[in-house]
Design a protein. Structure first.
Length: 325
């Protein structure tokens, strides 16, 4: 979450005039993340989030994202639900930009997930995949494997500036990923950004997920790989096998991985690390001056790429001595 667009009292009042939410009591910007402008909104009807869509989110994709939230909420998955105005519209506009108001989701994200948190998160991810089954809309993953090489073509200089020799290493990774990327795995709607700051807990139990603005159709196991990278690396860069085992066990408590999916986890995790390295590298030099946000360090995911490169079977939980905890 971040704030790129300020909203005046008059603009907010004009937006709320279309809803049955009463008058605004407060509006506070939330300064985290890099994608959209987000605000904690309190009205006479309660607490909500207001999101103004910026940058990478395409306006044509917004109906997919918002209808997906409404679909999974209707099937019992805990997520922020879009609020419709009096005409039934959930996509609105403020200051010439698309926006939406969603319900407030209770719970807290954890900064240092334990193995128990990882198990709960894995179970929650599987519940999301099951809740999204049958969703009638589709959206391709525009940040999937096919996009990585074209994306890097404009970022090679930035990579070299971060670390001499890195451009050649990334090019080699991309060639390997293109040759080994699996094409025959079960697919469905994936979150594609299932990071600890997008998952809420209450009393140690999974309480919901937010920030579905990368959701798309892709291999379900790719979502597991994204989560393994996001949840199971320690601050010192080591891979925590205990946490990884718990995350996968939690997932499989709700949805069993096939043998093909399990075998594909190493290359999927390598690729998922590449995806986040590339988008972080892009954002590192593209975040607007004055935005209430600090872009995330691409070198964090460069280090994860190095781990996957050195121990390609790591996420099968057979790490070499000293490579993991």
């Amino acid at each position: 979450m971040a704030v790129y667009t300020d909203i005046t009292d008059e603009e907010l009042a004009g937006l709320l005039a279309d809803f049955d939410l009463g008058q605004a009591l407060s509006l506070k910007g939330v300064a985290e993340g890099v994608e959209n402008s987000n605000f904690l909104l309190e009205t006479e009807a309660g607490r909500f989030f207001l999101t103004v869509y910026e940058r990478r989110v395409k306006a044509d994709d917004l109906p997919f994202f918002l209808e997906l939230l409404r679909w999974i909420a209707g099937r019992g998955f805990p997520s922020a639900t879009p609020i419709a105005d009096r005409e039934g519209r959930i996509l609105k506009a403020v200051r010439g930009k698309p926006c939406a108001i969603v319900s407030f989701l209770s719970g807290l994200a954890v900064r240092r997930p334990s193995a128990a948190h990882c198990r709960e998160a894995g179970a929650g991810l599987a519940e999301l995949h099951l809740a999204a089954e049958g969703f009638p809309r589709t959206r391709a993953n525009d940040l999937g494997q096919a996009a990585w090489a074209p994306m890097f073509s404009g970022l090679a200089g930035a990579a070299e500036g971060l670390k001499p020799g890195l451009a050649a290493t990334i090019s080699s990774d991309l060639e390997l990923l293109a040759g080994r990327w699996p094409r025959d795995l079960p697919t469905g709607i994936v979150h594609a950004d299932f990071f600890p700051d997008n998952v809420f807990f209450s009393k140690g139990k999974f309480a919901g997920a937010i920030d579905f603005y990368f959701a798309c159709e892709d291999a379900l196991a790719y979502d597991v790989a994204v989560a393994l990278n996001a949840w199971c690396f320690e601050p010192d860069g080591s891979f925590n096998i205990t946490s990884a085992r718990q995350l996968v066990a939690g997932y499989e408590s709700r949805r069993r991985l096939s043998d093909l999916e399990r075998a594909a986890l190493p290359i999927l995790a390598h690729g998922a690390a590449m995806r986040f390295f590339l988008t972080r590298l892009h954002d590192w030099g593209a975040t607007p001056a004055g935005a209430l946000v600090k872009p995330k360090d691409p070198l964090e995911y460069e280090r994860k790429l190095a781990v996957h490169r050195a121990a390609p079977d790591l996420v099968l939980f057979g790490a070499p001595q000293g490579a993991a905890k």
